[in-house]
Design a protein around this ligand. Structure first.
Ligand SMILES: [Ca+2]
Length: 392
């Protein structure tokens, strides 16, 4: 009855894709409320309390259903014309996976394609596993792409132990690998951008290899890109190369730029409207078990998976808190109008040496928007709302 009510209230007004997603979220909530009041499941299981709890529970469920029809109508606001089309390009990192799950859960974000670049992953292997996950989430219609397994120039690389973890799909039990709907990334990027009726936001949370190569192959795609949100670089904060390679002499670069500095330099010089989320910003946002618990407690399937992976990560590192760099960049992208950016004229250092991969302020260079002082509470709220299935 309740699912039917929800369907009737929204089927005629919500865009098809968001309708499916919202139904899944809302039904999950109702099922959780129903479970609370099933006989024998109620922690307050004393008979007299159950006598009180059952009618109260029925009233609560009916009230909940009625309340949920309100956001159901509110969710009619996101439409193909108002949601943000996004092309996601990550290097198969754990934080990038959590960022993707956030985007998939956010009704305001319309993920058009998912691409894996050179970096932490071996792209084709990772894309195959990711495609399996997408199918398990009933999102197999979103194409998955894999890029080359080398930088455009040079041979900078993540440590092999980290690439092995990416190969394991971050310890995630997966079903059979799915090779369906997998494409060569550069071709997929060009096709996705050229086929979109509206400018597409490009989210880059790995090396810029795939985007730079796509711009080389089809320079016209630049005109199809609205904005580029990029997690990468360190403006005034220290770099993080030595965090993975103890004793490294490079103290100024961040990994996404360092691993393919020539690709980053090409994208920075392309004239695209770049919004950078550097380590200066991500260093200010720490997540802990309370966050993961909240994602799972109120959440969607995406929130549940994200919480599981992040708890797996901090458990194996015996950590209490953790950065989730790419998730911060994704949350800032989702509410970019509410965060402050400063315009910086910067260039990427490509020459070999201790400064390779540095983003250096250079007056006269092309300007980018850089977020160095994000609204931390807003980021946490944005992520929780998406994982809770609450439309903005
Ligand atoms: Ca990444």
């Amino acid at each position: 009855m309740v699912p039917g009510l929800l369907f009737l209230c929204s089927a005629s007004v919500m865009p098809e894709r968001n309708t499916v997603r919202m139904h899944r979220m809302l039904l999950g909530r109702i099922q959780r409320n129903l479970r609370k009041y099933l006989p024998g499941r109620n922690p307050r299981s004393m008979p007299e309390k159950r006598m009180f709890a059952r009618p109260f529970g029925i009233l609560f469920v009916v009230t909940t259903a009625a309340m949920l029809t309100a956001p159901c109508r509110a969710a009619a606001q996101p439409s193909p014309a108002s949601s943000m089309p996004v092309l996601y390009d990550d290097d198969g990192s754990l934080d990038g996976l959590v960022a993707l799950l956030f985007m998939l859960a956010d009704p305001e974000i319309d993920v058009r394609a998912v691409c894996i670049s050179y970096g932490e992953a071996h792209p084709e292997m990772y894309a195959t596993k990711l495609s399996g996950l997408m199918h398990s989430l009933n999102l197999g219609h979103i194409p998955v792409g894999f890029g080359r397994d080398t930088p455009l120039e040079g041979n900078n690389a993540f440590p092999s132990w980290l690439r092995d973890l990416s190969d394991s799909f971050w310890g995630m039990p997966t079903g059979p690998d799915s090779a369906s709907n997998i494409h060569e990334a550069v071709e997929l990027i060009c096709r996705t951008l050229n086929n979109s009726a509206r400018p597409v936001t490009v989210f880059v949370s790995g090396a810029s290899t795939n985007i730079a190569e796509a711009l080389r192959r089809d320079p016209g795609i630049a005109g199809r890109i609205g904005r580029v949100f990029m997690m990468g670089g360190a403006i005034r904060a220290p770099g993080n190369i030595d965090k993975l390679v103890p004793g490294a002499d490079n103290r100024v670069a961040e990994w996404n730029i360092y691993v393919d500095p020539h690709a980053a330099a090409e994208v920075f010089a392309s004239g695209l409207d770049i919004f950078l989320v550097p380590l200066d910003a991500t260093n200010k946002v720490l997540f802990d078990r309370r966050d993961f618990h909240a994602w799972r407690e109120h959440g969607t399937k995406m929130g549940e998976i994200a919480a599981d992976r992040m708890e797996w990560s901090i458990d194996r590192r015996s950590a209490g808190k953790t950065y989730i760099w790419d998730l911060v960049a994704a949350a800032i992208m989702a509410r970019s109008g509410e965060h402050s950016f400063e315009m910086l004229e910067v260039e990427v250092v490509t020459s070999k040496g201790a400064l390779q991969g540095q983003i250096r302020v250079h007056p006269g260079a092309r300007g980018i928007h850089s977020c160095v002082d994000p609204d931390v509470e807003l980021i946490k709220k944005t992520v929780l709302e998406a994982f809770s299935g609450i439309p903005e």
